[in-house]
Design a protein around this ligand. Structure first.
Ligand SMILES: Nc1ncnc2c1ncn2[C@@H]1O[C@H](COP(=O)(O)OP(=O)(O)O)[C@@H](O)[C@H]1O
Ligand SMILES: CC(=O)OP(=O)(O)O
Ligand SMILES: [Mg+2]
Length: 411
């Protein structure tokens, strides 16, 4: 042991937890240089076949996997804490400055990252009915992390925050004002952390300041949403009161005539809960063709499967409608950015979404579109008036950055 005691470096690590309905994604970052020290994923929580994959990035060691039942989000987080501890990166480390949590629904109230106290927890809980798949998991993540490190700041970074700049004309539904206000019914929008990160990264790719560019961001993951961003501020987005509205998603219907619901109740004899499950879990791509993974759908199309082709066509048709709609909302578009699992990886989706839009100044270069890379890149030909870009999202880095900025400011 050394006899001198240099003063300890200020804590600079942030653990980010992104708790989904049946999964937890996590990353531990050192915010001095934004280096990722560890990352991982727990999948299929609550099933017999749960899986935890942990990558100790700081040491360059092999990824480790645990399989077997993980009953709930609390057990999942405890398993994550054990994996981190096994790498010498445990939650008891004095170098940990804060834990940042993705919280999907923040309502109208939360417009910025927020240090979590009992009042904030109560508000996230109150919003469960409008994010039933997401907010309960986020809450369990927060409560478990708090129990493990009660002394540490826990920060909530809300999916809805970036969208709070939307004008009323975009955020309000055309329903009776009193009823809407009583029940706080309006468009909140989601995936905001991703839309914010990607719109900024797109401006950077164009060599411009975010305030100078208008971007349509297409976040196409399992959940999917589009947004219109003018000069760095969101002016419209496709998800609404809940993450069900808008694009066709892996398991969610997106837009449809709301009267479908009354019809299913009155004529189909279904309950509200049954219809909720139908539209959120058994619709979208999986409802249309039995698969929600775009890789599998493309494989089936290549084999001539007509059902998979129709599901793909419906997905693309909707996407195109939103590109057109947001083009009109923005008036001038500088770039369209594709992001998230499908947007970053599925070249045929990008090609089909932009096909036929040459009159709008949109085109894709087939060779550039086929390139696989982890970096933001342009896939439009030089002559095109509107840049088309593939911009990998990094919600975890964005959450860590916002979390660290908040706790560094307070300390
Ligand atoms: N190589 C690929 N080609 C086409 N689609 C892909 C590829 N890799 C991932 N995907 C799609 O991305 C989806 C997951 O996206 P992701 O952004 O990770 O979603 P989420 O965060 O909602 O879980 C998968 O369901 C799959 O449809
Ligand atoms: C809000 C939402 O849809 O999130 P995810 O895509 O993670 O399900
Ligand atoms: Mg996602």
């Amino acid at each position: 042991m050394s006899s001198t005691h240099p003063s300890p470096a200020p804590a600079s690590r942030v653990l980010v937890l992104n708790s989904g309905s049946s999964s937890v994604k996590y990353q531990l970052l050192d915010m001095r240089d934004e280096r990722r020290l560890a990352a991982g994923l727990v999948e299929r929580i609550g099933e017999q076949t749960s899986r935890l994959k942990h990558s100790p990035l700081h040491s360059g060691g092999e990824s480790r996997e645990r399989t077997g039942p993980i009953a709930d989000h609390e057990a999942a987080l405890k398993a994550v804490a054990e994996e981190l501890a096994a790498d010498g990166l445990g939650l008891d480390s004095p170098e940990l400055a804060a834990i940042g949590h993705r919280v999907v629904h923040g309502g109208k109230h939360f417009t910025a990252p927020t240090v979590i106290d009992d009042t904030v927890l109560a508000e996230i809980e109150r919003l469960i009915p409008v994010a039933p798949l997401h907010n309960p998991a986020n809450l369990t993540g927060i409560r478990t992390a708090r129990a493990l490190r009660p002394d540490l700041p826990q920060v909530a970074v809300f999916d809805t925050a970036f969208h709070t700049t939307m004008p009323e004309a975009a955020a309000r539904y055309a329903i009776d004002v009193e009823t809407a206000d009583e029940h706080r019914i309006r468009r909140y929008g989601f995936h905001g952390t991703s839309h914010a990160y990607v719109s900024r990264a797109t401006a950077k790719l164009l060599g411009k300041d975010p305030s100078e560019v208008n971007v349509i961001v297409l976040h196409l993951g399992n959940g999917a949403s589009a947004s219109a961003v003018r000069g760095g501020r969101c002016v419209d987005t496709s998800m609404g009161l809940t993450p069900l509205e808008g694009l066709v998603m892996g398991t969610r219907s997106g837009d449809m005539d709301p009267a479908v619901i009354f019809h299913l109740m009155r004529v189909g004899g279904m309950s509200a809960d049954e219809i909720d499950a139908l539209l959120n879990k058994k619709s979208g791509l999986i409802g249309l063709c039995g698969d929600n993974d775009m890789r599998e759908i493309r494989r089936r199309i290549d084999e001539g499967d007509e059902q998979a082709q129709l599901a793909f066509d419906i997905y693309i048709h909707r996407l195109k409608k939103y590109i057109g709609a947001y083009y009109a909302v923005l008036g001038r578009v500088d770039a369209i950015a594709f992001t998230a699992g499908v947007g970053e990886n599925a070249a045929p989706v990008r090609e089909a979404a932009v096909a036929g839009l040459e009159e709008l100044g949109l085109a894709i270069d087939g060779e550039l579109n086929a390139v696989r890379a982890d970096e933001p890149r342009l896939i439009s030909p030089e002559y095109a008036r509107v840049a088309v870009a593939v911009v990998p999202t990094d919600e975890e880095l964005e959450i860590a950055t916002q979390t660290y900025a908040l706790v560094a400011k307070k300390s």
